[in-house]
Design a binder for this molecule. Structure first.
Ligand code: BTN
Length: 279
């Protein structure tokens, strides 16, 4: 396990610091070989230091958490980290935190490796239709404002798909698998932080339309028939758009529109109906 991880395979913090081009994000951070969940450590830290931009990174997580109460497996070689943000923004905009983070991750990966990346509502990043990154954002609200947010980001970076259980392999990919070579996690982490910081500035300035437009451009599932698992039911219909609050807009078979605020897309048909996508 991570306690025996050879030094050469651990994240080189000095190199990350040298490469970092951010003003705030990642300038302070904590590095662990193994934690329960980086989101939990980050949340504890907020209460102590209130430090915006601090990142918590771990080589592995024993209790990594995904959205909707799911487990998140975190083998060595991944990028498992959480960033503390303290935006002075109304709580009603909290859903857009995950949206901007997924756009930032998708863009950084595309720029670095030339791989085509997509986003899948609400905040998965995909390559070849398979998940390369998941994001779990947890917020604390005070007086109807965001008191703090912990942006938990998991990128399947420098490990083989075989490190994951057989049942999730068909839905998952890794950068190492896509590139057929090793991935320099220090470079990837510093580029991710750069893009996350620049989208965070947009978010703070409430440039939500620009964020949503960038997200829509990367959302190639829009215009496809989809199935969405929501609270206790599966919704089937055409993915039309996301609305200005980040809810998924689906046209049901009877023609009615449904705005879904929480759930996961469980299937996307290959057939596209682009003429139905809202502009
Ligand atoms: C999802 O797709 O369901 C979200 C996965 C989020 C995983 C990351 S890894 C770093 C941070 N710590 C956690 O326990 N989860 C997030």
């Amino acid at each position: 396990m991570s306690k025996s991880l050879p030094k050469a395979e651990r994240l080189n913090i000095r190199k990350v610091k040298e490469l970092l081009q951010t003003a705030v994000l990642g300038r302070r951070g904590l590095y662990f070989r193994e934690v329960t969940s980086t989101n939990d450590i980050a949340k504890d830290l907020v209460n102590e230091s209130k430090s915006e931009g601090t990142i918590v990174f771990s080589e592995t997580q024993m209790e990594g958490r995904g959205r909707l109460g799911r487990e998140w497996l975190s083998p060595e070689g991944g990028l498992w980290f959480s960033v503390i943000l303290r935006p002075k923004v109304q709580a009603s905009h909290a859903a857009k935190l995950s949206l901007f983070a997924s756009v930032a991750v998708a863009k950084a990966i595309h720029r670095l490796y030339g791989l085509k990346t997509d986003v899948k509502w609400p905040n998965d990043v995909l390559i070849d239709g398979k998940k390369i990154c998941g994001i779990l954002t947890e917020t604390e609200i005070k007086d109807q404002k965001i008191d703090f947010a912990v942006l938990g980001i998991g990128v399947n970076a420098d490990f083989e798909v075989q490190a994951l259980p057989a049942n999730i392999r068909p839905l998952t990919t890794t950068l190492k698998h896509q590139l057929r070579r090793e991935v320099q996690r220090e470079v990837l982490l510093s580029e991710l932080l750069k893009d996350i910081e620049s989208y965070y500035h947009m978010f703070e300035k409430q440039k939500f339309n620009e964020i949503l437009e960038d997200w829509r451009r990367l959302a190639s599932f829009l215009g496809s028939d989809i199935r969405v698992q929501t609270d206790g039911e599966i919704v089937h219909g055409l993915a039309v758009n996301i609305d200005n609050e980040g809810a998924l807009v689906v046209r049901l078979e009877d023609g009615t529109m449904r705005n879904i605020t929480s759930g996961s897309i469980v299937a996307i048909s290959d057939e596209q109906h682009p003429e139905h996508v809202d502009e």
